[in-house]
Design a protein around this ligand. Structure first.
Ligand code: AMP
Ligand code: MN
Ligand code: MN
Ligand code: MN
Length: 280
């Protein structure tokens, strides 16, 4: 029997993905995905076209978003919203405000890169941007690869854009409380994306997850595209320990730029309750 293939985390050109929303949906369908959520960063402008294409193909689709949140001492945490009403004004407004900070942040990133002799990075990054409201570090990464300073996008982050590197700047995103409130207000559920990717000590991660749970968050992403078996075991343990539902998502951004293709991740451990049991 074919196992149910849910992919509840991926990106399109509406944020920092390489494929349009409709092409992303077609690719997911071609890869055998049964249930898809498009989760662009701080942006829900691709959902209408994606949902329509999924409808044409007869593939189940739910609304998604990946909200950038500032937590603790200059940490960024990504909160996935799933299965919400995309017209809900506080969500629409809240995301517009989060996006609104991105352009000035991008100019600050470019100013920092200029100091280490990477000139014209703002204009360079913009060449890779499809949605002017959403310039991200991925667009800078593509430009820095173009300049030949790194061989691929992952390498750029390690040397230029990650926390502690020359092109990293502090930024105030949404608060965790806001992100969860917007998602819940819109009738959706909130899930912590890729819990292993944060630079948090074990006790801090536990504190972050406990706070998320207190706010009403219901799930964590147990299987994410960049995970190996050890990560999955670790995340499954966190889900059991904190009493979270489990999500599964590729975090696909585009061919050649992602760890894994749409729907091609390992399955969730059997004993966990999938988040999609709470979505219709
Ligand atoms: P931003 O929201 O502008 O901070 O950009 C965050 C995005 O950068 C993430 O969603 C990833 O797509 C990308 N990113 C962050 N760290 C890495 C990394 N180490 N390797 C590849 N992509 C990364
Ligand atoms: Mn991204
Ligand atoms: Mn993320
Ligand atoms: Mn993502």
């Amino acid at each position: 029997m074919k196992v149910f293939n849910a992919d509840l985390h991926c990106h399109s050109t509406v944020s920092d993905g390489l494929l349009s929303p409709t092409v992303t949906v077609r690719r997911a369908h071609g890869n055998g995905v049964d249930l898809l959520a498009l989760t662009d960063h701080d942006e829900i402008g691709g959902l209408e076209a994606a949902a329509a294409m999924a409808g044409e193909l007869g593939m189940r689709f739910i609304n998604g978003v990946e909200i950038s949140v500032s937590w603790g001492d200059d940490q960024t945490v990504h909160i996935l919203g799933l299965g919400f009403d995309r017209q809900f004004t506080p969500l629409v407004q809240g995301l517009a405000n989060v996006r609104g900070g991105r352009d000035s942040r991008a100019r600050r990133i470019a100013a920092e890169l200029d100091k280490v002799s990477i000139h014209g990075a703002y204009e360079g990054a913009l060449k890779y941007v499809s949605n002017p409201a959403l310039i991200s570090r991925s667009h800078f990464a593509r430009y820095i690869v173009e300049l030949g300073h790194a061989k691929d996008v992952k390498g750029v982050f390690d040397w230029w854009l990650a926390k502690g590197k020359p092109g990293h700047v502090q930024h105030a995103w949404a608060t965790m409380e806001e992100a969860v409130r917007w998602i819940h207000g819109a009738g959706g559920i909130a899930v912590v994306a890729h819990p292993g990717r944060y630079r948090l000590a074990r006790a801090e991660l536990a504190r972050m997850l406990a706070m998320f749970k207190d706010l009403g968050g219901v799930g964590i992403e147990v299987v994410s595209g960049s995970n190996n078996e050890e990560h999955i075991r670790d995340h499954a343990h966190l889900a059991r320990h904190h009493g979270f539902l489990a999500s599964r998502g590729s975090d696909f951004h585009g061919p050649g730029e992602s760890w894994i293709d749409l729907g091609r991740m390992p399955q969730l451990p059997d004993d966990l309750t999938p988040v999609w049991t709470r979505l219709h």
